[in-house]
Design a protein around this ligand. Sequence first.
Ligand SMILES: Cc1cc2nc3c(=O)[nH]c(=O)nc-3n(C[C@H](O)[C@H](O)[C@H](O)COP(=O)(O)OP(=O)(O)OC[C@H]3O[C@@H](n4cnc5c(N)ncnc54)[C@H](O)[C@@H]3O)c2cc1C
Length: 368
Amino acid sequence: MTEKQGGSDLRETQTTARFVERGAHGEIYAITGHKWFFSVPVADGFYTLAQTQSGVSCLFVPRLLPDGSANRVHIQRLKDKCGNRSNASSEIEYHDTWSILVGEEGRGIREILSHAHLTRLDFAVGSAGLMRQALSLALNHAQTRTAFGKPMAELPMQRNVLADLALESEAAMLGAFRVARATDGLQTSEHERLLARVATPVMKFWNCQRAPSFTYECLQVHGGNGFIMENPMARLYREAPLNSIWEGTSNMMCMDVLRAMQRDANCRDAFVDELRASRGLNPTYDRSTDDLADRLCARYPDDGHARALVTRMAHALQAAEMLRHGDAAAADLFVQSRLGADGAHVFGALPSSDGLSRIVARASVIRH
Ligand SMILES: Cc1cc2nc3c(=O)[nH]c(=O)nc-3n(C[C@H](O)[C@H](O)[C@H](O)COP(=O)(O)OP(=O)(O)OC[C@H]3O[C@@H](n4cnc5c(N)ncnc54)[C@H](O)[C@@H]3O)c2cc1C
């Protein structure tokens, strides 16, 4: 999709495709143009966008032609990336490249974005996994290294940081898995279909947005060793920002959440119904979700409010899942620190209590 002039506004696609013939494989087009980001160029086939007579269309480009010879996909160079270095990303040119039309001509953006639901779910789940790996490394380090006469995990300030990271990791995982369950129910439940439509960009936005600051805190737990390339933390730290860029940036996700609710108010109602199912378990949660329901119905002059609103939606969905499926004390602390007045933007600012050791211990147990 992404060309030099931009990856967010796909209507500006400059690459062109010329109709050639209707053949045994479908409608054949010849593509000419340049793509600025083109990952996994070793793949057997690619979905791509190009302008045809009817507008931006989606085409399938096989790496090999039906006769087994190479298709004309010319790699100009590989990108030298700050992270994600095991996955090749390239810049390419198409020169009369053989391709097959996918879906309706001129409806390519809608077509290609219909595939994005699953990859966005992947990135919500993947960022939760990345956070859990970083947390496990941080816990292991803090529990096995001593300072001031104690394992570092028992120093009150460090314990607060670790407990807060443990809450964040659990909530990220539960939120992503709720979207996964909604995706499983796409064809069997109207509630799950509507929830999946709106909650997928919510959790793609939030988990991917949180991963960099989360891995940064886990890196800090390791002290200087965390910043050294042979430590796995350094790799997680370099990888963490990527999921919030590809398959739609954070701002694009927030825009998509608003779009889903504007096009179909049932999406908004499904989200609110989902939150209502956890009512009665925590008064702060009840107050906060009532307030959120009002904000979701309010009118705004533009999308300047979108990040603040979608952050609240993410916290609310995570809290609902924590209350329903998580440990009761951990869920209460999550609600208090994310939805209540104690909410802070820095890890390690939980109200100090004996319960923090329990949260750290709980996060240290590997469950199968
Ligand atoms: C490692 C890597 C691999 C990639 N692989 C691929 C690939 O295989 N295929 C592919 O197609 N792309 C790929 N991409 C590109 C990626 O999808 C784009 O970088 C991304 O979609 C953003 O496009 P852009 O870089 O052109 O940024 P721009 O579109 O120029 O946006 C820049 C910033 O402006 C913000 N912005 C834009 N419009 C608005 C708006 N209306 N309101 C508010 N904010 C706005 C964006 O959120 C972003 O933060 C890859 C990127 C990376 C880093």
